[in-house]
Structure formats: C-alpha cells, structure tokens
Design a protein around this ligand. Structure first.
Ligand code: ADE
Length: 230
C-alpha cells in the first residue's frame, strides 16, 4: 500500500493545464488587468497565464502556512506584505493548487483590503474539492481523491522531504539501505519511480548526506542520530 499517493506532473502537463485554465477565464468573458502569483507555487502558472491572456502586469504576494511555535496548528500569513494602488483594476490571483484553500483565500482577502482593487478573482490549476474550504473562481482540474502533486518546480525540495520521511519513519531504514533498497522503499511509499526524477535523485541524497540528515558508510545509507532525535 502506498503511504503518500503521489502524482508526478510534467512540464508538458503544466502548459496544457495553464492553457485550459486560460480558456476557462476567457470563456467567462472576464479579463484581468493584473495577475498576482501566490508565492511560490503560483509563479509558473501566473507567467503562463500572462502569456495566454496577454497580461503584462504581473506581481506576487507570499501567502504561506506558518507553524506556530507552541502549537501544531497551522495558519496562513502574508509574508513581506506591501501595498500598491490597484484602484479601478481587475486582479486575478493565482496559485498552483487549492488544497485546504487557506493560502489563496488569505491572499484574496489581503489584496482586496490593502490594494483597493475594483475586483479580485481567484484561480488555480487544481482544486481538491473534498478538503478545500475555498473554491476558486477558476480552476482547471477538480481532484476528488487527495494526492500530492509533485510539480516540476519542486522536484528537489519534494524529493528531499520524501526521502527524509523514509529515513525518519521507516524502521527498515535503521539497518541501512543500499541505493537499490532505497529506490524500492521509495516506490512502496510514494507509488512513483525514482527514475522519473532524473538527476534530481542523486542530488537529493547527496544534499541529505551533506546536511547531516543521512549518513553514508560501506555502501549504505542510514538515518543520522540527529534526524532520528529531531
Ligand atoms: N501544496 C499544498 N497541497 C499540495 C498538494 N496536494 N500537492 C502539491 N502541492 C501542494
């Protein structure tokens, strides 16, 4: 049984989805004057939409989940908040995915209050409808079963986190894993193949060793003491 259902998304799919999203926006008869990417996931979709819709004003706000130090609860915050005068403008805020929906909802609220635009609408390539508390005005794909979408712009970051989790949580990793064993555990956990990550695979494991999270000795990888403690 796969522990974390994962789908590897290709650059080609991203382009196809962004065009599909652009078509939906166009078909609604509404045209934004300005596009705002929610950092960081919205960057690539926002740039592709600017191209499709012929929009030249592209900005970004950083709306992120923040783990409160004392609690496990997470809430979204706007980082590096800044203000512009958007009076009279139709603003489209875009993110890659609406999962809980908190980050996009907060970005919309912030822009609406702080920038004073005529209208703010929201868009995402994907919307996970059963878990999201917020439905974007425009989306291309409705996801019915929660999945981790491994987008092409987070290959290294995700891969390192995927591997770290195996070393931390899988008992079998404590006895040490050969590269082949790590690959096979990876398939078991995530349902995707290491081969799909190309040169990122080697980079990710080297970084984990470099950061002291994974030890490498006698041809095997082990979780470091620090990783198991933390
Ligand atoms: N960011 C938040 N939720 C996500 C998901 N399910 N897949 C990829 N990126 C995400």
């Amino acid at each position: 049984m796969v522990k974390v259902p994962t789908k590897l998304v290709s650059w080609e799919e991203i382009v196809e989805w962004a065009i599909g999203l652009g078509k939906k926006i166009e078909a609604s008869g509404w045209h934004p004057d300005m596009i705002v990417a929610v950092a960081r996931g919205g960057y690539v979709p926002a740039r592709l939409l600017c191209d499709y819709l012929g929009v030249t004003d592209l900005l970004s706000v950083q709306s992120q989940h923040w783990v409160e130090a004392a609690r496990a609860a997470q809430k979204a915050i706007i980082r590096n908040a800044f203000s512009i005068d958007a009076r009279g403008l139709r603003v489209l805020v875009i993110d890659d995915i609406v999962d809980t929906g908190e980050t996009l909802a907060l970005a919309k609220e912030f822009i609406g209050k702080a920038w004073g635009p005529e209208e703010v609408r929201t868009a995402a390539l994907q919307w996970i409808s059963p878990v999201a508390k917020f439905k974007p005005d425009y989306y291309y794909i409705e996801v019915k079963d929660w999945t981790w979408f491994q987008y092409p712009w987070t290959r290294l970051e995700d891969l390192m986190q995927f591997m770290e989790r195996i070393f931390k949580e899988d008992e079998r990793a404590r006895a040490g894993l050969s590269d082949e064993e790590l690959r096979s555990l990876f398939r078991e956990w995530y349902g995707v193949g290491p081969e799909d990550f190309g040169s990122y695979w080697q980079l990710a494991i080297e970084r984990l060793v470099g950061e002291g999270k994974v030890d490498f000795r006698d041809g095997k990888y082990y979780p470091s003491r620090g990783l198991l403690r933390g």
